[in-house]
Design a binder for this molecule. Structure first.
Ligand code: NAD
Length: 541
């Protein structure tokens, strides 16, 4: 038990390094990238503090050079999932009663390790594994993960400090208990920071975790696990398995001590998870927490009174950074007719200068998409748009998978606001634009609001404050993260808590206190100092 009410060390956002020519960080990251590029990593699962190798290996290849090998990981079986669950439940006996300051110290140390000695390794791994440029990697694998780990500690103590009133002779206390069972963390390929945060946020609150990263992110997930181990996460508290997703889900969701799922990924997978949990509800000891941040069809809407260059820049960055594979990436835009030629001019000018290739070449703005499945799906969308009478390819439209999975930044202009690429999540460098008549701007907002099932991020551009007021109201439920005169990507922990509504997720706002509240179950303790000894009340006299 703590013998003090401790203040925590100062917590702030991790400063972003620039990697500009001549900086020491550029040289050091490039050296680490080259070293890792030429090594073969043997990546085990991690159960009960032990490395687990099965000999059934899958190779790890960078999406921008798919014939190159940087190692392999060991695939697990149903037995490993069962072992990870049992081991976690065993570890829970001690971890759930570990004092908050010791839990906090572990994750603060993990943040320091990533900010310092592991920074190059986790960044290089993310560049190689997920084909992110140095800057996109830095704001994800280093800064955002460090921010999650540090700010979560601050939020945890704020939650613990939130206590009810007491009256004379009575002391009311809220205990924020960990959930009774284990948490299943399922992470996506696209953000190393999310992969680290899904298991870490639950574990910080005293829970034990079975973590299944995406097969396309295992190489950088391995670095996260190394950090957790060095930071002192005890054996069995976070167990990482590389197992078939459906088979893993079948085992986890049938376990009586399944206490919650912390998911980030696509909407269909999440809906399926929710259904399975519902079907198994009689199996569980408690009602499981279901937290899922899922897909998006994120928009940029422009009013005639706004800056076309600023809109074009928001589209170039918002739609094409990290090849449009951010859940927040702009993928549909609504532009007023009178400004379209200007926006198009700026956009095409900017895209003509965009270079695409390996992230090792720092002059590249874009690299490859994550895997062949994604490449083929995107190519099919582009081919259909080329053939459609409702579409014109304004920029790009070419693709090539001979060396890596490269797709040009592609802009489609459509006359059909319900064309498939205006409605569906493509998750790639494809932006579709619909031009509306200036005078129909109110109707265009209604159209935007009703066009897709998603409501993750969105941006409006207007210099007219009445229009900002109107559009903000009209689009109140169209985005969980709403931007005025800015691109819809790049949320920062503790500044723009992140999450969407409608089919985009449960909106439990990663990077805020709201998320951590899902990983505890409060117990109210009322203590009476002098207990009554007479059962009667005065009114009875
Ligand atoms: P995905 O849904 O393909 O995979 C996510 C995870 O789910 C992976 O670990 C995968 O192995 C696992 N999975 C797949 N099938 C499963 C099943 N049947 N049961 C249990 N788990 C299963 O997503 P992805 O391609 O890795 O990531 C991209 C998606 O994630 C996009 O839809 C994107 O919008 C979304 N995303 C959302 C946010 C957000 O905050 N809203 C953030 C990042 C990514």
């Amino acid at each position: 038990m703590p013998k003090g009410i401790f203040s925590i060390p100062p917590i702030d956002n991790d400063p972003i390094k620039s990697y500009a020519p001549g900086t020491p960080e550029r040289e050091s990251l490039q050296a680490t990238y080259d070293k890792m590029w030429n090594e073969q990593l043997d990546i085990p699962m991690f159960i009960n503090g032990k490395e687990v190798r099965t000999g059934n290996t899958q190779r790890v290849m960078p999406p921008h050079d798919h014939q190159h090998n940087v190692g392999h990981y060991h695939l697990g079986t149903a037995e490993h999932v069962k072992e990870a669950i049992e081991t976690a439940l065993e570890a829970r006996k001690e971890w759930a009663s570990m004092s908050a300051q010791n839990r906090a110290a572990i994750f603060l140390k993990a943040a320091e390790l990533i900010a310092g000695p592991y920074r190059d390794r986790i960044n290089a791994a993310t560049m190689i594994n997920q084909s992110k440029t140095a800057f996109q990697t830095e704001i994800d694998a280093a800064c955002e993960l460090v921010d999650f780990l540090r700010f979560n500690v601050k939020y945890m103590f704020e939650i613990y400090a939130d206590q009810p009133d007491s009256s004379e002779g009575i002391w009311n206390r809220l205990e924020y208990r960990p959930l009774e069972g284990f948490i299943f963390a399922i992470s996506p390929f696209n953000f190393t920071a999310i992969a680290g945060n899904l298991p870490a946020s639950a574990a910080l609150m005293g829970n034990v975790v079975v973590w299944k990263p995406s097969f396309s992110q295992i190489y950088s997930a391995h670095v996260i696990m190394d950090v957790f181990r060095e930071a002192g996460v005890p054996d069995g508290v976070i167990n990482m398995v590389f197992t078939d997703p459906q088979e893993t889900a079948d085992i986890v969701f049938k376990h009586p001590y399944f206490a919650g799922v912390h998911f980030t990924g696509s909407t269909d997978v999440f809906k399926n998870i929710w259904k399975t949990i519902g079907n198994n509800i009689n199996t569980y000891k408690s009602y499981p927490r279901i937290v899922g941040e899922t897909g998006g069809k994120d928009f940029v809407w422009m009013y005639k009174e706004s800056n076309p260059l600023a809109v074009a820049t928001a589209l170039t960055r918002g739609a094409f950074e990290f090849q449009g594979q951010k859940c927040s990436a702009a993928s549909r835009a609504y532009i007023p007719g009178s400004r379209w030629e200007e926006v198009k001019g700026h956009l095409v000018e900017q895209l003509k200068t965009v270079k695409m290739g390996s992230p090792r070449d720092f002059s590249n703005f874009m690299t490859a998409v994550i895997h062949e499945g994604s490449f083929d799906k995107l190519a099919a969308y582009i081919d259909r748009a080329k053939k459609s009478d409702a579409c014109e390819i304004v920029f790009g439209g070419n693709y090539d998978k001979s060396k890596g999975y490269f797709i040009e930044p592609t802009v489609i202009l459509t006359s059909n606001p319900h064309y498939e690429t205006m409605e569906e999540e493509l998750f790639g460098p494809v932006l579709t634009i619909y031009v509306y008549q200036d005078e129909d701007w109110k109707a265009s907002l209604e159209l935007l609001d009703k066009t897709s099932i998603y409501a993750l991020t969105g941006a409006i551009f207007s210099n007219d404050r009445y229009v900002v007021e109107y559009a903000s109201k009209a689009l109140e439920n169209a985005a969980g993260n709403f931007y005025v005169n800015d691109k819809p990507t790049g949320a920062v922990v503790n500044q723009q808590p992140f999450g969407g509504a409608r089919a985009s997720g449960t909106n439990d706002k990663a990077g805020s206190k709201l998320n951590l509240l899902r990983w505890c179950s409060p117990r109210m303790v009322k203590e009476t100092f002098v207990s009554p000894t007479d059962y009667t009340y005065p009114f009875m006299k």
